[in-house]
Design a protein around this ligand. Structure first.
Ligand SMILES: Cc1ncc(COP(=O)(O)O)c(C=O)c1O
Length: 420
């Protein structure tokens, strides 16, 4: 008598991709769209059949030029500034990660910003959040100083500011959420809705801090998700690169033209590295999140810490909003201690695992002082009024063991605040 075997079925929560059951051996178009984030990161745009010899790992096409079929017919590729297969495979993967139609890569995050800003003409008006990465602000100030287009900086925290700032010639809105170093969170859908209700305005969100794994701005009405891939997306602190991810095909054509004509393209070697790093993005970010929440909770319990900023903490003023629009938070934390510059200096010079350096999003934990680093060039009075004080320290919590990171901070804080 044969044993009766219970039929194997998917767990009830699993939504099966209907394309799994198709009889063809090739992967149907759009197959990956219905798969999960990690599957898309590993496969989308990189199927072996797309590569000569069916290589499992997409090769690096280091060539700058491609042989023409005849004097009147070029092949699919001609010159690598226009298109390169390694870059294309990365761009296909980036688009798939955000469920978007298009992605374009650039030689840096600021390069991506430059390309996006080239969508504006001389009489156009841009509204930017005052809480922007300082490098983006410098770029905008450069445009202001040369009267290229009009820019208004607005505090997005206060209700109607954005609505009031929109004018008939407003063509672009630019913001980040959460912001660094103060980790402010803005209502993405509200910003997009308000902007689109008032005209043909391109809404751009710099989503570098959360990546599409935790937050997908296009789902909330944003037109262009902009990235510094140099941070979490590459995650190994060894590549500078940027990207723009979008659905609008007209905007994509204009950005593609800028990418080719200005030549702000990444090298195929760097594209290969970012492509490789994306394969582990989900597990890296989960670990960054776990570590950062442990460190944040430790700091919150510490008697010499006045305030810990991390949207994963219940104490964060926009906790509910954050969790409504994001699946989680990365490794970025800011905290304010009860001392001044003297105590800050002791902390920064005592830590052994945290490295005093600019940037974020890599596997190594970093510690920073925005007052001297990202905001170093600003007037001290302005910095203080923005809340960027000498006792505000930022952490980019890496992938080390969290108990070691906490021990490192405990040692530095004990030295900075010896018991009297
Ligand atoms: C939020 C954000 N956007 C853009 C950039 C610029 O990126 P990149 O250094 O790749 O030009 C950075 C760099 O720190 C950043 O933090």
């Amino acid at each position: 008598m044969s044993k009766s075997v219970a039929p194997v079925s998917a767990p009830p929560s699993t939504v099966l991709n209907p394309d799994f059951s198709c009889s063809c051996t090739d992967v149907p178009d759009k197959f990956w769209e219905k798969c999960g984030f990690s599957t898309r990161a590993i496969h989308a745009g990189q199927e072996p059949v797309k590569c000569e010899h069916n290589t499992i790992v997409p090769p690096i096409f280091g060539t700058i030029n491609f042989k023409w079929k005849s004097s009147s017919a070029q092949g699919k590729y001609s010159y690598a500034r226009q298109a390169n297969p390694t870059r294309e495979m990365l761009e296909a993967c980036l688009a798939a990660l955000e469920g978007a139609k298009h992605a374009l890569t650039f030689s840096s995050g600021i390069g991506a910003a430059t390309a996006i800003l080239s969508l504006l003409s001389s009489n156009d008006h841009l509204i930017a959040s005052v809480d922007l990465y300082e490098g983006t602000k410098h770029l905008l100030e450069n445009y202001i100083s040369r009267n290229v287009f009009e820019v208004t900086f607005v505090d997005f925290m206060f209700g109607d500011n954005l609505n009031r700032a929109i004018k008939t010639n407003t063509k672009m809105i630019w913001f980040e959420s959460p912001t660094n170093p103060l980790l402010k969170v803005f209502d993405i859908s509200k910003i997009a809705r308000m902007s689109h209700d008032r005209g043909t305005i391109i809404v751009v969100q710099d989503n570098t801090y959360l990546t599409p794994y935790f937050q997908r701005p296009l789902d909330y009405g944003v037109d262009i998700s902009m990235y510094s891939l140099s941070k979490y997306m590459n995650g190994h602190s060894d590549v500078i690169m940027g990207a723009a991810v979008l659905n609008d095909s007209d905007l994509e054509k204009k950005l593609r033209y800028t990418q080719t004509c200005t030549g702000i393209i990444p090298s195929p070697y760097d594209c290969y590295l970012v492509s490789r790093s994306l394969k582990t993005l989900s597990i890296r970010l989960e670990q960054h999140q776990r570590n950062s929440i442990e460190v944040a909770k430790y700091l919150e319990r510490h008697q010499r810490i006045a305030r810990v900023l991390h949207p994963g903490l219940r104490s964060h003023p926009q906790y509910e909003l954050f969790h409504h629009q994001a699946k989680g938070h990365s490794g970025i934390i800011s905290f304010r201690h009860f001392g001044g510059r003297h105590e800050t200096n002791i902390i920064l010079s005592t830590v052994k695992i945290f490295t005093l350096a600019e940037s974020l999003g890599g596997y190594k934990s970093l510690i920073g002082l925005p007052y001297m680093m990202s905001h170093g060039l600003l007037d001290p009075f302005l910095k203080e009024s923005m809340g960027v004080t000498e006792n505000l320290i930022t952490l980019s919590v890496g992938l080390e063991d969290p108990q070691d990171l906490i021990a490192d901070l405990e040692c530095a804080l004990t030295k900075a605040f010896p018991r009297q």
